[in-house]
Each structure stands twice: as structure tokens, then as C-alpha cells.
Design a protein around this ligand. Structure first.
Ligand code: HEM
Length: 459
């Protein structure tokens, strides 16, 4: 019952910046500290007063009641510069129609088709590596995830130059996003170099996507990819479709939603493998038995349960979407506190995922906590990596398939080890939580992969 929830306030907010400094410099420590102040905790995002649900039940309530706790607040206000009014950022009033139109593009049968792209891109990635090479994992995996998302969206009419432009534009635009959340709107209109770079990146991104959509429309062919699905999506009565502006916003939404998130998850998972030899050994054993040197594909997924649990546990400890906002559309009571219309809420899954009252030994890395017979007693709202309710991630199964297939192919071929220079503190001012620098040294595995390749002979 709401009357049992405790309300609290995080101490030490500074004038103007509020809690921006600890939130950006030491996000994990700051978020971990909040449940000590209550189940619903007031913080300051710059000058804005905001409330963080720390209890899983409250987090769930905010996510499920999407009419009252609508998309909005400092993060989504800024994000709309990039993704427009697409599925992830549109308000409740536009959401159900968009979701109905897009859902078929994520049906199981379609995922199987996208898994072919995932398999090919994992192969290209792992074959580009050299023995003894040191990679900076996040940028490398970001390139992989963005190429995969781009090719799933458009199999035709994109070349390497398109992918590169899209990647560079996203990096610049997203790099500035969190700072913008804490700065007044007026600052963004000043002719500063950072603002010019941000605007240029947006112009490039929007221009390139418009061109690709125009090429598709002119070609008039169905390529069986996500963009073809979006362009032919119809309401249930066979009527309205998405116009070009709407398709544009959905394309950018999918590229945004589907790239950094997956890259961050794979980066943290490889870090965890490098730190937990026993878990790494189990992934190697599982992938050796299933793959014998070939890349992982759709039909292998049921045979990779431990690899999948590694991904899930990594998503619990390091949820990529670590902080996003809601705005109350009407007056509402939450945890016994009356919130006026226009109140900001901050959703942060790590706050719930790292509490001992929710997950046993919460800071331990334990993939087997996700064994089916061990998850039955978890409280509702205990795993919020993909959100919940009507606004739950539409790409959750896509993401799990991609991360599992990529991890399996990587682990089957390569052993990873942390190199000096690694700094796994979460990157500051990043929309998606990822390590600042994960330098991984690669060693080719000499088990069945090598034997398989030796049997094949030189290609
Ligand atoms: C590990 C990877 C991923 C994570 C952690 C993640 C996380 C999330 C979260 C937390 C939300 C809900 C946000 C909110 O309630 O405000 C969301 C929504 C969404 N995600 Fe993902 N996501 C991932 C992968 C993907 C992929 C691969 C795609 C597309 C290919 C995607 C597309 C979307 C879209 C379109 C929405 C909006 C859904 C709606 O409002 O109906 N995501 N995601």
C-alpha cells in the first residue's frame, strides 16, 4: 500500500546544478546511495526538482501508468531534437497507433531474418581482429551494433559511407545530449562551436536518412527489411500508413535505440568475462560444443542458455538505459506524496537492481541467478532493463538475440583480457552507461575453432 512507502530527499544539492555533479561523475555511487533516503527520493536535475522511485513496486507503477507518467521531462525534451516524435519519444496520445504499426516488424519470424544480418556482422567483426591486438571495446562494438542496426533497417541503398556518416553524426549529437539536459534552452541557441557541431551533426543525420528513404520510395521494391516494413505498415483497417516524416522519425529512433544500448551491453559482458575466469570457461565450453568454429546463428540460440544468462546478468548489473525521465500529465499520488502536473520523475534501473532487498548479494556477478527455477520469487519490477508496460522496449528480443549471438561468436574464437589503460568507471555524460575505456587484449583460441579452420584449409 502506498501509505507504507517512505518519502525522502537526497542531501547536498547545489544551487543551479543540483545533483548534476555526483550524477555525472560517480553515477553508480550516487544512485546506490538513494534507497537509504526512502522509497521515493527527491533529487535535483540542475534546477529541476525530480523524484526517483527506488522501490521496485513504485518503479513499476510509474512505468505501467504511461498515461499519467507520460514521456517528457529534461531527457526526452532534448532527445526529440534527434529522434523527433518517434515511437520511443512520442507522448501517450500518439503512442498506441505507432506501436500497432511497428509491432509486426518485431515479430519472431522477422527476428529470424534479422539474425542473419547479426550472424554476418559478427563474422566480419571477429575476422577483422588480429592475434595480440588491443581493442577499445565500446567504440568497436558500437560500430558493430550500428552496422547491424543499419543493415537490418535498410538492406539496400546504403554503403559504408552512409554507415560512417550516421555513426559520426550520432556520436556528436549524443555526446552533447546529457549536458543539454542540465542547461537552459536559451544556451543552445548561442553561436558556440559546440552548438554548431551539434546542429551540423543533426543536419547530416537527418539529411542522410531522408535520402535513403527517398531512394526506397523511388525504387518501390519491398526488400524485406525493417524500412520496407515501416513503409508498408498499415492500420488494422488497412487504412492509414506512416508518412515520410513519420518513417524518418522511426528510422532514427530504431538506429538510436538499437545501437549504443547493445554495444554497451556487449562491452560490459566482455569486461565481466575478463574478470570472471570461471564464467568465461563456461561460455567457452558451451560455444565450443554448439558452434565448433562456425558463427552463431538463429537456430543456435536455444543451445546457448549460459551465454544468454551472462547477457542477462550483465544487463542487471549495468543496465545501458540507466537514466531517463517522465513528466506527470495530471495530478497524481505516488508513495503517499501528491505530485502536481508537470512534475519530473527519474527512472533509473540500477537503483532497484542493486538493492539487497530485491536481489540476493546484489553486487555479485552471478549468471546462474537467472536459472528458471531461481527467478520465480523475484518481486515485480525487479528487472527493469527494458522498461515495462506499454512503453517496454520493442527491441528487447532483438537485442537479446544480437548480444547472445555476438558474444557466442566472439567467445568461440577469441579469449579476452583487460589491458593496462582500462578505466571501467562509467563514462561521464553518456546517454547509455558504458565504461570509459575497456582495453581488451585478444588471443585467438586454439580449440575447436582452430581445428575447424585448419580442416577447411586456407580460404
Ligand atoms: C540491450 C539493449 C537495449 C536496452 C537496454 C533497451 C532499453 C530500452 C528501454 C529501457 C526502453 C523504455 C524507455 C522508456 O520507457 O522511456 C526502450 C524502449 C525502446 N527501445 Fe530499447 N533497448 C535496447 C535495445 C533496443 C533495440 C535493439 C531496439 C530496436 C531495434 C530498440 C528500440 C526501442 C524502441 C523503439 C523503444 C520505444 C518503445 C515504445 O515506447 O513503445 N531498443 N528500450
Amino acid at each position: 500500500m502506498s501509505t507504507n512507502f517512505v518519502n525522502g530527499t537526497a542531501p547536498r544539492a547545489l544551487p543551479l546544478v543540483g545533483h548534476a555533479i555526483p550524477l555525472m561523475r560517480r553515477p553508480v555511487e550516487f544512485l546506490d546511495s538513494l534507497p537509504a533516503y526512502g522509497d521515493l527520493v527527491e533529487i535535483r536535475l540542475g534546477p529541476t526538482r525530480a523524484y526517483v522511485p527506488c522501490h521496485p513496486e513504485l518503479l513499476r507503477q510509474v512505468l505501467m501508468e504511461d498515461r499519467v507518467f507520460d514521456k517528457g521531462g529534461p531527457l526526452f525534451d532534448r532527445l526529440r531534437d534527434i529522434v523527433g516524435n518517434g515511437l520511443g519519444s512520442c507522448p501517450h496520445r500518439d503512442h498506441r497507433r505507432q506501436r500497432r504499426l511497428l509491432q509486426p516488424a518485431f515479430h519472431r519470424a522477422r527476428l529470424q531474418h534479422y539474425a542473419d544480418v547479426m550472424e554476418q556482422e559478427s563474422t566480419v567483426l571477429t575476422e577483422s581482429w588480429q592475434e595480440g591486438q588491443v581493442i577499445d571495446a565500446f567504440p568497436v562494438l558500437y560500430g558493430f551494433a550500428l552496422r547491424t542496426a543499419t543493415r537490418t533497417l535498410f538492406t539496400a541503398h546504403v554503403d559504408d559511407g552512409d554507415v560512417e556518416t550516421i555513426q559520426r553524426s550520432f556520436e556528436t549529437a549524443l555526446g552533447g545530449l546529457f549536458q543539454r539536459m542540465f542547461l537552459p534552452r536559451a544556451w543552445q541557441r548561442l553561436p558556440l562551436p559546440a552548438n554548431r557541431r551539434y546542429q551540423q551533426a543533426l543536419d547530416h543525420l537527418h539529411g542522410r536518412v531522408d535520402r535513403i528513404i527517398a531512394d526506397y520510395r523511388r525504387g518501390g521494391q519491398n526488400h524485406g527489411d525493417l524500412l520496407s516494413m515501416l513503409m508498408s505498415a498499415r492500420d488494422e483497417d488497412g487504412g492509414a500508413t506512416l508518412n515520410d516524416d513519420e518513417v524518418h522519425d522511426q528510422v532514427i529512433t530504431m538506429l538510436f535505440g538499437g545501437s549504443e544500448t547493445v554495444a554497451a551491453n556487449l562491452t560490459w559482458t566482455l569486461y565481466l568475462m575478463s574478470r570472471h575466469p570461471e564464467a568465461a570457461r563456461k561460455v567457452h565450453e558451451e560455444t565450443d560444443a554448439v558452434l565448433e568454429g562456425r558463427p552463431a546463428g538463429w537456430s543456435d540460440l536455444p543451445e546457448l542458455p549460459f551465454t544468454n544468462r551472462m547477457i542477462t546478468e550483465s544487463l542487471r548489473l549495468y543496465p545501458p538505459a540507466w537514466l531517463y525521465t517522465r513528466i506527470t500529465a495530471s495530478q497524481v499520488e505516488l508513495a503517499g506524496r501528491r505530485l502536481e502536473p508537470g512534475t519530473t520523475l527519474v527512472i533509473s534501473p540500477p537503483v532497484v537492481h542493486r538493492q539487497a532487498s530485491v536481489h540476493a548479494d546484489p553486487t555479485d556477478f552471478s549468471p546462474d541467478r537467472w536459472l528458471p527455477d531461481r527467478t520465480a520469487d523475484l518481486p515485480r519490477g525487479s528487472f527493469a532493463t527494458f522498461g515495462a508496460g506499454a512503453r517496454k522496449c520493442i527491441g528487447d528480443a532483438y537485442a537479446l538475440a544480437e548480444a547472445t549471438l555476438a558474444l557466442a561468436t566472439i567467445a568461440n574464437r577469441w579469449q579476452v583480457e583487460c589491458d593496462p589503460g582500462t578505466d571501467v568507471r562509467p563514462s561521464t555524460l553518456a546517454t547509455v552507461m558504458h565504461p570509459r575505456r575497456l582495453h581488451l587484449r585478444l588471443a585467438r583460441r586454439t580449440t575447436k575453432t582452430a581445428r575447424h579452420n585448419a580442416r577447411r584449409g586456407p580460404s
